[in-house]
Design a binder for this molecule. Structure first.
Ligand code: PRX
Length: 669
């Protein structure tokens, strides 16, 4: 292991990064990190990819002949009918494994039942109040088949959209797998989202059914999921049926003719359900994520390619073994939960741990207690959680034996080098490699990442592209930039787990991702590569915030604010935040009759909470008399970002309409 030679202090270095990529035309990055950690010999010896040279050889081949590489990988999956052609690429539309037929739940379940894995734990779950459940592959298979028949009984058919609004409990995985088993398309809505968010997603997807629970637990309180659903459905939607799982036992209303209990429905059907064969390109799920306009995008993933993406990354990035206990701490409502809590581990026949609640409930050592109790071997979590653990203090960690851990992962936002070092030393005991994995809802699977036995890591860098992923950093003209020059991160070739479209909006799909550089995928992130070709992701360069690892569109929050009766105009920007990565700052102008007050600030925050969900609540609301605009009327966000982060405004203000606005905004407390 090489010794660290420099130790930049953060977050100040990060703040300068964020400041710089915000200057949209000139993306720079000042973060220079010299520490390098080579994979330990012992780890490398047992890993699937054992050296940098081996990675480079396979990578080169996979880029030269991607179809050969992916076809070889895809042969390890179970196909009911083999494909005729690997890829049909008419940019920006990709079809993978044409002619092939398969079923995703069969790949996650049935194929593990023939041998000893039948009695292996598929899911180990712990509820926030402390209940424990283990489902073997055989048991999970039975539950999925049984529930798939409940879906059929409730007239849910192949291609129908089904909203899943559940906490991270085994039933979430069961519902997802049951949909896949019958070819229905699920759309999981994060349990922290509000009634309005559910309603929007129902309207956009045209879902005919919704699966939820009475309630879930969060920091000891019951989250009234079913109540939120009732609000979302009031006034009429396309949803005809609501299936309710009894989780928290809270009092709920059951609407006659619409709502049915999960456990009662099971009594009417048996547990035999063959997996139907669907085309490789059959839609698997829609997952909504924030973009740079007010309306969330329904990212559509299909079956064969998506499955292959998560299978290969699970295999090479986490290097999962039968004896591992894999714990991805994400909620099932996010893409990380889809790919690496449910589908990824199960496809590999691994054991996945699911935990329902908060990391600091009842005390800040809950995660470490879980690691110790179950002897977790691979832990995959987010920088925002890591920063919170650092703040809560090492004593909480030291109370527990974490020696079972052998590999650590990070996802969701750039990890500050100091947080990386803490993760490495305090959690990993200095012996566990860290895979800092860059990817997106749209990419379906990990795209840029170390392979733990092969690629030396540098704290803060996601290192190199995964096999078959042709990533590059380019300037405004689409030309690849040199070492340590900032630019836009793009992907130059299609990959199997890529999104196929934005549901119901082909035009937006084309425009958003493929129009700036024709035929190349625009990630929306800024990045640079260092002299070793390592990628350093700086963050979003569009109007999307990354708050505690969750994507929020500034215009979504603005739309919610403007919907308040007293708000005239709103502009939302991010400011660097030590804990959450970015904090949400809202600049608001009020209608004539309204006057600024602390109460109104609180009301506006709650208002956003009601319309989107608690995670979108502005950390700060600033009232202003006017917002700075260009002569053509565009709000100058760059200036607002600088004001929000307490900097002096340095950028070009020559097009600013009214200079006095700036002075007033800066004074605002
Ligand atoms: O900005 C990048 C950041 O998260 C964005 C994707 O967000 P979402 O679709 O919600 O998916 C999150 C989980 C995959 C990216 O555009 N991001 C994700 N992982 C990293 C990251 N930024 C830096 N390093 C990462 N490892």
């Amino acid at each position: 292991m090489l010794q660290p030679t420099s130790c930049p202090r953060l977050p100040s270095a990060f703040a300068s990064d964020i400041r710089n990529f915000a200057m949209e035309t000139n993306i720079e990055s000042y973060l220079i990190e010299k520490r390098v950690f080579k994979p330990a010999k012992e780890f490398a010896k047992k890993a699937r990819i054992k050296s940098l040279a081996q990675y480079q050889k396979i990578y080169r081949e996979s880029i030269r002949r991607p179809e050969t590489f992916w076809a070889r990988e895809a042969k390890e999956l179970t196909w009911q009918k083999p494909w005729k052609k690997v890829l049909d690429w008419k940019a920006p539309f990709a079809k993978w494994f044409i002619g092939g037929q398969l079923n995703l739940s069969e790949n996650c379940l049935d194929r593990h039942l023939n041998g000893w894995r039948r009695n292996k734990a598929a899911i180990i779950w712990e509820g926030e109040p402390g209940e424990k459940r283990t489902l073997t592959y055989q048991q999970l298979h039975r539950e999925v088949c049984h529930f798939a028949n409940v879906l059929k009984r409730n007239r849910i058919r192949k291609g129908d959209r089904v909203i899943i609004y559940l906490p991270t409990i085994p039933e979430a995985a069961i519902a997802m797998l049951a949909c896949a088993r019958i070819g229905a398309v699920h759309s999981v809505v994060f349990g922290g989202f509000s009634a309005d968010s559910i309603r929007d997603r129902i309207a956009d997807s045209g879902a005919i059914a919704l699966i939820t629970a009475d309630g879930s637990y969060r920091r000891g309180a019951v989250v009234p999921l079913k109540n939120n659903v009732d609000h979302a459905l009031s006034g009429g939607t396309t949803v005809k049926r609501v299936i309710v799982f009894k989780r928290a036992g809270n009092e709920i209303h059951m609407e006659e003719g619409r709502d049915v209990w999960w456990h009662r429905e099971l009594e009417y059907v048996d547990a035999n359900c063959e997996p139907i064969a669907v085309a490789s390109e059959h839609p698997l799920y829609i997952l909504y994520t924030s973009g740079s306009t007010g309306k969330p995008k329904g990212i559509l993933h299909t079956t064969g390619g998506y499955l292959l993406g998560i299978y290969s990354t699970m295999k090479y990035v986490f290097d999962v073994r039968d004896e591992d206990l894999f714990w991805c701490t994400a909620d099932v409502g996010w893409v990380t939960g889809h790919s690496y809590v449910v589908y990824g581990p199960l496809t590999l026949g691994a054991t996945t741990l699911m935990y329902e609640g908060a990391p600091n409930w009842p005390e800040p050592d809950r995660f470490w207690k879980i690691v110790e109790d179950y002897r977790v071997t691979i832990l995959y979590t987010a920088p925002t959680a890591i920063r919170a653990f650092i703040r809560w203090g090492d004593d909480w960690v030291k109370k527990h034996d974490l020696s079972s851990l052998r590999l650590l992962g990070s996802v969701g936002e750039p990890i500050n080098p100091e947080a990386w070092m803490w993760y490495h030393k305090t959690i990993g005991g200095g012996r566990c490699p860290i895979v800092d994995t860059w990817w997106q809802t749209e990419t379906g699977a990990i795209m840029i990442t170390p392979l733990p036995g092969a690629i030396p890591t540098k704290p803060g860098s996601a290192t190199l592209a995964f096999f078959g992923v042709d990533a590059a950093v380019v300037n405004e003209r689409g030309e690849e930039v040199g070492a340590n020059v900032g630019g836009k991160l793009i992907i130059r070739k299609p990959w199997p787990s890529m999104l196929r479209t934005i549901y119901g909006d082909q035009e937006r799909y084309q425009k958003q991702y493929w129009s700036e550089f024709k035929g190349r995928y625009l990630t929306g992130d800024g990045a640079r590569r260092d002299r070793d070709g390592y990628f350093w992701i700086v963050g979003r360069i569009d109007d999307v915030l990354n708050v505690a690892g969750h994507r929020l569109g500034t215009s979504e929050i603005e739309s919610a604010l403007v919907a308040h009766t007293q708000v005239e105009e709103a502009a939302v920007v991010g400011r660097p935040d030590e804990m959450k990565g970015q904090a949400v700052v809202a600049f608001v102008t009020l209608k004539g009759s309204a006057s600024p007050s602390t109460r109104l600030k609180a009301e506006l925050r709650d208002h956003v909470g009601i319309h989107i969900g608690a995670i979108a609540k502005p950390d700060e609301v600033r009232f202003a008399e006017a917002l700075p605009k260009t002569r053509s009327g565009k709000i100058m966000r760059r200036l607002l970002k600088e004001i929000a982060s307490g900097q002096n405004v340095t950028g070009d203000t020559t097009t600013l309409e009214d200079f006095s606005v700036l002075a007033k905004l800066s004074e605002e407390e």
